[in-house]
Design a binder for this molecule. Structure first.
Ligand code: AMP
Length: 397
């Protein structure tokens, strides 16, 4: 079966065509600047061929049509016709309290996703546009929604309620939801598989450390806490997001700078994190380079990033009353041996022992702790697209 995985943003659309029997990626690509001048489709085939198609994309329907054209192209296409796409899996950012797992998309599901728009105004409307565009072009192909929030729906009330008047939860559903759920789910499953154990028998902490970053506590197969909250702003210091801070800072800065709450929100999401702290870049490699050269603000940003991540790990050890595995994933977690090393420096009290040689790894699944380490440390590349394809297959087969 061929499954098209779609991750749709307001002006961009990422896709992968995955053969679910072999789990091979047949082709993948990115449409950029949809609805803006200079639209571009970059299409990559499995043998590494890269095709750039500059074509106006006034809307997402045109973008999807171009993707299908690329997938079926006589020269570099990987399928003969649209009929060879058997199902579509859509990444949907916010499923609110309604969705604790993936679902086949029907009219009722579309309505429920729309009802979550308030909670993710930048993402859910774009996800819906992507679904509608696919439905228009492939009306008879089954579609599945895979939610970033779903895996975290098992959190207990004590983990998801904020210390706010309860009416805000009742009226507006203000609570912790958590994000990157597809990644936390996939990586915790892989961690258990690497130990030849069931996830239900383990306490796992997943550190998803990329441009967006979050930590989760997976206790015997269920997520019991995660660092992102109502929105992806809470928790770790990220590429451009502040993560946790005293909420009173917002009003303080708004008054001092004469800016609105919306402008403040923008600063917290787009101008903060290691970017705002270092003044160098939102890209962790650039900030790490700056720190290696001794630039004080880059050093401060990276130190704060690692320290915050280690504090979350510590708090999740408390949440689960122990930990068997700490797994590092996403851009920094998968690739940066320094990153894993710096965070693990704080975790010696748990009996963790990182193995310098094994930890010298990039983008590969590997146990990076010493043989006798009390907690197993792992580097595990995440694969959200494959996880979406698997969940789609599960529902449509
Ligand atoms: P993601 O959001 O998961 O794609 O992660 C992107 C981030 O990972 C970027 O900020 C990259 O700089 C960072 N990254 C990728 N490779 C490395 C590496 N070897 N060392 C440190 N950071 C890295």
């Amino acid at each position: 079966m061929n499954i098209l995985v779609i991750n749709c943003g307001s002006s961009s659309l990422k896709y992968q065509l995955i053969n679910s029997d072999t789990e091979d990626v047949l082709a993948k690509g990115l449409c950029e600047r949809i609805g803006i001048d200079g639209s571009l489709l970059t299409h990559k085939t499995s043998d590494g061929e890269k095709i750039k198609i500059e074509n106006p994309m006034p809307n997402h329907t045109v973008a999807i049509k171009l993707v299908i054209d690329a997938l079926t192209d006589a020269n570099y296409g990987v399928i003969k016709s649209l009929e060879e796409i058997n199902a579509v899996g859509h990444r949907v950012v916010h499923g609110g309290e309604r969705f604790a797992s993936s679902v086949i998309i029907d009219d009722e599901v579309m309505k429920a996703i729309e009802e979550c728009n308030d909670l993710a105004p930048l993402h859910n409307p774009a996800n819906l546009i992507g679904i509608n565009a696919c439905k228009e072009i492939m009306p008879n192909v089954p579609m599945v929604a895979v939610f970033d929030t779903a895996f975290h729906q098992t959190m207990p009330e004590k983990a998801y309620l904020y210390g706010l008047p309860y009416e805000y939860y009742e009226k507006y559903k203000v609570r912790r939801y958590g994000f990157h759920g597809t990644s936390h789910d996939y990586v915790s499953q892989r961690a258990a598989a690497m130990l030849n154990k069931k996830r239900e028998d383990l306490k796992i902490i997943v550190c998803h450390l990329g441009n967006g970053a979050s930590v989760s506590a997976v206790d015997h197969g269920k997520c019991v806490d995660t660092s992102m909250g109502l929105t992806p702003l809470e928790g770790l210091i990220m590429g451009t997001r502040s993560g946790d801070m005293d909420p009173a800072i917002c009003e303080f800065i708004c008054q001092k700078e004469g800016i609105t709450p919306a402008e403040m929100n923008n600063i917290l999401n787009k101008k903060s994190g290691v970017y705002g702290m270092s003044g160098i870049s939102s890209d962790f490699r650039d900030v790490e380079d700056g720190a290696a050269k001794g630039q004080p603000r880059a050093v401060a940003a990276m130190d704060a990033f690692y320290y915050r991540a280690a504090k979350y790990v510590g708090s999740y050890v408390a949440a689960m009353n122990g930990v068997d595995v700490i797994a590092f994933t996403a851009g920094v977690g998968e690739n940066s041996k320094e990153g894993r090393d710096e965070i693990c420096k704080y975790l010696g009290y748990l009996g963790t022992e990182i193995d310098a040689e094994k930890n010298n790894v990039r983008g590969e699944e590997r146990i990076v702790s010493k043989e006798g380490s009390k907690v197993t440390l792992m580097a595990i590349p995440t694969n959200e697209e494959l996880a979406i394809a698997r969940q789609t297959l599960e529902l449509v087969k």
